[in-house]
Every structure is written in C-alpha cells, then in structure tokens.
Design a protein around this ligand. Structure first.
Ligand SMILES: Cc1cc2nc3c(=O)[nH]c(=O)nc-3n(C[C@H](O)[C@H](O)[C@H](O)COP(=O)(O)OP(=O)(O)OC[C@H]3O[C@@H](n4cnc5c(N)ncnc54)[C@H](O)[C@@H]3O)c2cc1C
Length: 512
C-alpha cells in the first residue's frame, strides 16, 4: 500500500470549498496531467449559502484558475471589498475605525508604527482609509483585470459563486461529476478509505477530500476526528441572517461594516443588488428574542418597519472550533468540515484557498509520501487556526466597555489565548512586526494586527526618540507626506464602488 500511486482524487461536497478546491487542483497543470479528479455532491442538500466576504488572495486564486474577472463580477453579483469598518467596538458609542487591506506606507522596509502616536493610525499611514471612508473604488475601468490601485478582495453572492465555479470547472476541466448522497464509506484493511457509495455509484479513489460542510461526513462522522472547541475564546455560537433589497442608486460600501452589539456584532455587506446582514452573537449572553430585537433595531436605521416585517430571518447555530487533524489517513478536510469560527475577518474562504494550494503544490505521488506530507499539512493548517483565533480575539480584548457582561468576559485573562497574551505584553514595548510572524504564509500579517491594535487605541510605551537617526525621521516625514499626496490623487481619480461596477457591467475590464 505504501507504493500505491495517487492517481484519483475524489472530492465529496459541492459548496464553495468543494468547487474551489477542484478548480485550484485542476488548474495546476502538473496535477492535472497526472491525476483524475471527481466531485460528488448531494443535489438535495444545497451549499450553506452564506460567506460573502473574501480576502485579496481571492484575486490571484481566480486569476490562476483562469477565470475572467469581468465574468466573475457579472455572474456573482460582486462588489469590491477594501477592508473592514469597525463601529462601536471600543466604547459602544458609534466610534469607528478601519482595517484596510493595503499595508502601511514603507512596508516591509520600515515599521512606521514605531515613529507614530497611534491616533488615526490607518488614516496617516494608508491612503486606502480615505477610499473606504468615502466608498470609492479600488481601481478604474482602465485598470486591467485583477490589477489594482488599492488592494482589494470581494463581496459576493455565495450561492452564485459556487454555481459559477461549478460551471467553470465542468466546462474547462475534465472533472467527473456525480450527483448523489454519499451513504457508505468503505475502508481497506489499512484503514484508508477505499471507496464511497451513493445509491447509484461506487467511487474508488486514492485521496478523498471532505468538503461536506458542517456535516463533516468523512473526517468527523467516519473517522471521528474531534472538533477542538474554541468557544472559551470566541463565544459567538448563533447567527441571525437576512438579505435586504438594495436600490440601484444606493451607495455600495467599500468595506464590510461590522457593528458591535450587546453580545456580538452585526455584519453588513453591500452587493450591487442587496445587502447581506447578520447578527453573530453568543447564546450564553443574549436570548434569541433579544437578539431579534437588536437586529431589528439595526435594520430600522435604514428600513421601514413594514419592510423589516417582510424579511425572512435565517437562524444558524455555530460550534466554534477546528479539527487538529484535517488530514487523516487518505482523507483531507477542506472548508467547514475542517472547522469554523465566527466570520469576523472572513477567514474561512481564504483558508480553503491556502489548504487547496498547499495540496496542489505538495501533491504526493504515492501513499508513503502522502503520510509524510500530511504531517506538514496539519502543522500548517493548525498554525493558521491558532493565528485566526488570536487575531479574532484581539478585536475583543481591548474594548473599554464597563457595564456589559459579554464585553467584560472577553477581557478576562483566562478567555485570552496564551499566545495573544504574550504578544500583547511584547506590543507594550514595540509594535507588531516581522518577528511576530512564524512564516511568510501567515494568513494575517503583523500589520493587520497593527490596524486592530491602534484602531482600538492600544498604546505602546513611547520609544525613546534618541534611538531614531535623523535620516530615519526624514524618511518617515517623507512617507507620511507621500500618503497625503496619494490620497489626494486617488480622491480625484477613482470612481465610487457603484460607478465602477456599473461600468464593468457595460464595458468589461481589459484583459491582462
Ligand atoms: C454565518 C456565516 C457567515 C460566513 N461568512 C463568511 C465570510 O464572510 N467569508 C468567508 O470566507 N467565509 C464565510 N463563511 C464560511 C463560508 O460560508 C464557507 O467557508 C464556505 O461557504 C464553504 O462552505 P463548504 O463548501 O465547506 O460547505 P457547504 O456550503 O455547506 O457545502 C457542503 C456540500 O457538501 C455536500 N454534502 C454534504 N453531505 C453530503 C453527502 N452525504 N454526500 C454528498 N454530498 C454531501 C452538500 O450537498 C454541499 O454541496 C461564513 C459562514 C457562516 C456560517
């Protein structure tokens, strides 16, 4: 069995994780020339239908798959996302800060945070803050596909996205597609999966990828790999989600708007034709009825009561956690089957991209090699999970509310991961930088931590200015002026998010 060649990959599940993984593997020429790829999905169990925000990494992922950005924008109701806007996270009084996708000026050569007082950090160091604040676009109609003036990811309709990926895969890659519910999973004598069965098909394979979403059929139910709960760090375990119609002239935000509530936060994502809104909260701190009331109050800021009454609200339960072995035997979990925590920084789809890309660039030839690569994969994915947990928790720990049980609990030492506690201690003396990073593949770079820290008014001890050389100080001054100039230029040159999307629908973006 050790020499058994890997020739056939079977993906179970046809949500975004399944089709994105299929597309990433099938578009890698070396993988495609050696391997057969099959995907089986249960037509009676649709994909989860949420997951509307991506990271900028999605641009290169789609480009490498060979997808036209114009087609993607037209088919998936896409708008451009340039970061996240956090409202009421510090005091609960409508104050706001931004986490833009662009790096601070001077990155990676100079850590500009060392030289500044943290007030208005994002605005000082990054022209994108202005674009976000004013709902401007990240590029012009003349900027080629996937090119950018300011770094961006996407907001999209997740149902349309998985359908779009499916159609692209079936048209362009020779993927064998089976419809049916997988009912039996049969192992060989070495405890590897040998084949799976639906009512109509028996599908043999060498590697099986579990993309069955929260049902986690292969890694969870079949192999019993437990979910490591993270609810002691991240308390949110329930979501109330709605979709709200949007007029053709309504302003499309350039950011995901995330507004803190009494026991969680509400996301507000603007697509060209609708808003996706959801209250992510902790059932231990708020009743369902009260959560409905808070969501209604949020909606009432922009909608009339009769409009709100017509909306259908989806109630989803979450079990925050991840599997410490996402690759076990010849089975690999990608997507929700491997774990999920609240979507505060849209970390789920980017983890699908990273996992599938890891697999594609480290595709084992045979079973022996697979068992070695699986250890690397698990280390890599576990590291990303720890980083996600720490980064999300950072958003909560610096809140300055005094009279809220939920927000107070988030500040308690025992609810903060040890790695984050150590870092917070270090950051008292020096801003986050490359030393905080374990690998260049880290999902969140140290500068993302800077935006959250300084957005939440974190103060590090002032560095003795005598340490700074005059030429460094001159350079900093020059860089800050550069941001001001560029902001001014971009303000003149960039259309609004909606203007650009309308133009793309009319003319398309130029090909690269
Ligand atoms: C409230 C919420 C908000 C989110 N927001 C974001 C966000 O902003 N950004 C982000 O990156 N992510 C977000 N996510 C996560 C994102 O939705 C998922 O990562 C993404 O949709 C991938 O899901 P999936 O493909 O793993 O699972 P699913 O979409 O659930 O797909 C599961 C597939 O498995 C198939 N299946 C199941 N059982 C069987 C069986 N027995 N036989 C055959 N097929 C089977 C189903 O038919 C389906 O095709 C969010 C998630 C939630 C819950």
């Amino acid at each position: 069995v050790q020499n058994q060649l890997i020739k056939h990959i079977v993906i179970v599940g046809g949500g975004t994780a399944g089709w994105l993984t299929a597309a990433i593997l099938a578009s890698d020429r070396s993988v495609k020339s050696l391997l057969k790829i099959s995907l089986v999905e249960d037509p009676n169990e649709p994909p989860i239908g949420v997951g509307e925000g991506t990271w900028p990494s999605m641009r290169s992922t789609l480009k490498n798959i060979g997808i036209s950005e114009t087609e993607f924008i037209k088919c998936c109701n896409v708008s451009f996302k340039q970061g996240t806007q956090f409202i009421s996270w510090l005091h609960g009084k409508n104050e706001k800060y931004f986490h833009p996708f662009s790096y601070p000026v001077g990155y990676p050569n100079i850590n500009i945070a060392r030289y500044l007082k943290p007030d208005n950090f994002a605005q000082l160091v990054c022209e994108q803050e202005f674009l976000c604040r004013n709902n401007l676009s990240a590029k012009q109609i003349t900027t080629p596909e996937y090119g950018y003036i300011a770094n961006y990811g996407y907001h999209l309709d997740s149902v349309k996205f998985s359908q779009f990926l499916k159609e692209f895969c079936l048209k362009n890659f020779g993927i064998s597609h089976y419809l049916g519910k997988v009912k039996n999973i049969i192992n060989n004598k070495f405890d590897d999966i040998e084949y799976i069965e639906t009512n109509d098909h028996k599908i043999k394979g060498d590697l099986f990828i579990d993309c069955t979403g929260l049902s986690s059929l292969l890694i969870g139910k079949h192999y019993n790999i437990p979910l490591q709960k993270q609810s002691h760090f991240l308390f949110n375990d329930r979501v109330l989600a709605v979709q709200v119609p949007f007029g053709e002239d309504d302003t499309i935000s350039s950011t995901t708007i995330s507004t803190a509530q009494s026991a969680g936060w509400i996301w507000d994502i603007h697509l060209p034709n609708r808003r996706g809104i959801g209250y992510v909260h902790s059932s231990a701190f708020i009743s369902l009825e009260q959560a409905y009331r808070e969501l209604t109050q949020y909606l009432a800021k922009t909608l009339k009561l009769e409009q709100i009454e017509k909306l259908s609200v989806r109630n989803l339960n979450l079990n925050p956690g991840y599997r410490t072995k996402c690759w076990y035997q010849n089975c690999i979990a990608i997507g929700l089957s491997g774990g999920f925590v609240e979507p505060l920084e849209a970390s789920s789809l980017v983890l699908v991209e990273l996992a599938a890309q890891f697999l594609s660039s480290n595709m084992p030839n045979n079973r022996l090699m697979a068992s070695v690569i699986s250890q690397k994969f698990n280390q890599y994915i576990n590291h990303q999970w720890s980083l996600i947990i720490a980064f999300l928790k950072l958003h909560y720990v610096l809140n300055q509310r005094t009279n809220s049980p939920y927000w107070n609990e988030h500040k308690k030492k025992e609810t903060i991961p040890e790695s984050l506690r150590e870092q917070l201690n270090l950051w008292k003396y020096q801003p986050p930088w490359h030393l905080d990073q374990k690998s260049s593949h880290d999902l969140f770079p140290p500068v993302s931590f800077q935006y959250i820290l300084y957005g939440m008014n974190f103060q590090h001890q002032p560095i003795n200015t005598q340490y700074f050389k005059q030429n460094e100080l001159n350079q900093v001054k020059h860089l800050l002026l550069q941001v001001k100039d560029k902001t001014h230029q971009m303000a003149q040159a960039l259309p609004t998010n909606r203007q650009l999307i309308d133009k793309i629908k009319q003319y398309g973006l130029s090909m690269i």
